[in-house]
Design a protein around this ligand. Structure first.
Ligand code: ADP
Length: 432
């Protein structure tokens, strides 16, 4: 919060009402001091110089100064009390007693009552009215005139009016302050939210730039390989090498297609295309059977045994068929890709309110250091860094993001040289 510039009129106080009243008293003191000093000067320089008036003006200015010091450094209510008593006395003894009790000065006596409710608590107006009534009665007795009861009633009427307006003002100020506080809190909360959103946007922007640079980097290798082999095909006249070059070209094209598909998937995930698409009840066993069927030939060629242990119970999950198929194909594809010999076992089961998919392979396994990063986009493990196994480093990231968006979990346990176990849990879809 910005600290308001303090002037000599302001009094630092933790209570805003107290600060407001003390500031008002200071303003009144300054105004009265200016009037007193002017009166003194005029009195001194007037032809019929009235030195007593000049002295009175000076004395009043000094009294104002003392009240200011009390108000500023000691106590607001005490200073206001002294000021009101002083004001009452000046008005009461500044004119003939008769004039004060029932004449021209009567009207001025209302002034301390009104000021009292402003400078002190609203009820102060009644105390000042009592004081003024007592002074008025004493003056009446001294001047041997009847006590002015009508005027005393008038003092209390003014006190009541002052009390009412001061009270209303105080309530309004309290309400205003609480609204202000609420607004402050809201502004603070909104500012915090905006700052957070801004941080998030900056983070997303950085991620986007990183993603674009990684995609470009990944695209460069297959594209330059394609260009090199096309050049070789064009320039070299060696028909016996043609088949080799063509198969490299096919491989690179496949790699490029895979990369483009993966990038498209990632961008669909980022744009929330999947989460907004219609979901349906999907039988996980059916998806697995279809995927396994398409991989059987490849597994057979590689000499890998593919075992299916599918649950007899319905293993229905809610999602989008394309998404679930993508998860299964990425995980099964990895199992085949990273298993040189041995077997792959695919099992489904129901555990409570979860459908569990387990893929076990006896492949090369993942190094412990890699396990922490395995779901990061474009991350490829050290087991592939020295090999020629193709990949984009996006398959697990895609599978992981899809499963999490469906409320599920993916877990990987692996031992180098022994194999890998991927466990996926989906929330079960209980619809009939
Ligand atoms: P990639 O295109 O490299 O296969 P993925 O995101 O699918 O990308 O996998 C990330 C990395 O995780 C792989 O590069 C590999 O190091 C490791 N990995 C994934 N699945 C297996 C597995 N079944 N066996 C051994 N390593 C695996």
């Amino acid at each position: 919060m910005i600290e308001k510039q303090r002037s000599f009129l302001d009094v630092p106080s933790s209570d805003p009402d107290d600060a407001r009243r003390r500031r008002l008293l200071n303003i009144l003191l300054v105004a009265l001091t200016v009037v007193s000093l002017l009166t003194s000067v005029i009195a001194l320089f007037s032809p019929d110089a009235a030195s007593s008036l000049a002295m009175l003006g000076l004395g009043l200015s000094i009294a104002n100064g003392i009240i200011y010091l009390i108000n500023r450094f000691y106590s607001g209510p005490l200073a206001a009390g002294i000021f009101l008593v002083m004001l009452t006395l000046i008005i009461s003894f500044g004119d003939e007693p008769v004039e004060v009790v029932q004449g021209r000065t009567l009207f001025f006596l209302s002034f301390p009552i009104i000021v009292g409710s402003i400078l002190m608590k609203p009820t102060a107006s009644f105390w000042v009215a009592v004081l003024i009534s007592l002074v008025s009665a004493a003056l009446a007795v001294a001047a041997a005139v009847p006590v002015n009861l009508v005027a005393i009633m008038g003092f209390f009427t003014v006190a009541f009016g002052s009390w009412l307006s001061a009270k209303t003002l105080q309530t309004a100020l309290v309400d205003l302050r609480s609204i202000n506080r609420e607004l402050d809190e809201r502004v603070e909360a909104r500012t915090y939210e905006l700052a957070e959103a801004n941080d998030r946007l900056t983070e997303l922007d950085q991620l986007k730039s990183k993603f674009v640079s990684e995609v470009s980097h990944e695209l460069r290798t297959p594209v330059s390989n394609l260009m090199i082999y096309l050049d070789i095909l064009e320039l070299e006249n060696q028909p016996e090498q043609r088949t080799t070059y063509l198969s490299v070209l096919r491989e690179e094209t496949n790699r490029l297609t895979q990369l483009v598909n993966d990038v498209l998937d990632i961008s669909h995930l980022d744009l929330g295309v999947y989460s907004r698409s219609e979901t349906e009840q999907i039988d996980l066993n059916t998806v697995i059977e279809k995927q396994v069927a398409s991989l059987l030939v490849r597994a057979g060629v590689l000499g890998i045994k593919l075992d299916l242990k599918l649950s007899d119970q319905p293993v229905n999950v809610r999602g989008n068929n394309e998404q679930i198929t993508r998860v299964v194909s990425n995980l099964l594809g990895n199992a085949i890709k990273y298993t040189e010999k041995g077997s792959i076992e695919v099992a489904t089961s129901v555990e409570g309110d979860r459908v569990v998919l387990e893929i076990n392979d006896t492949g090369m396994g993942i190094a412990p250091n890699d396990l922490d990063h395995i779901f990061e986009r474009f991350y490829r493990g050290e087991n592939v860094s020295q090999s020629t196994i193709p990949g984009t480093g996006l398959g697990l990231a895609i599978a992981h993001e899809i499963v999490e968006s469906l409320g599920g979990r993916v877990q990987i346990d692996s031992h180098v040289g022994a194999g890998t176990q991927v466990t996926v849990q989906f929330p079960i879809s209980a619809e009939g």
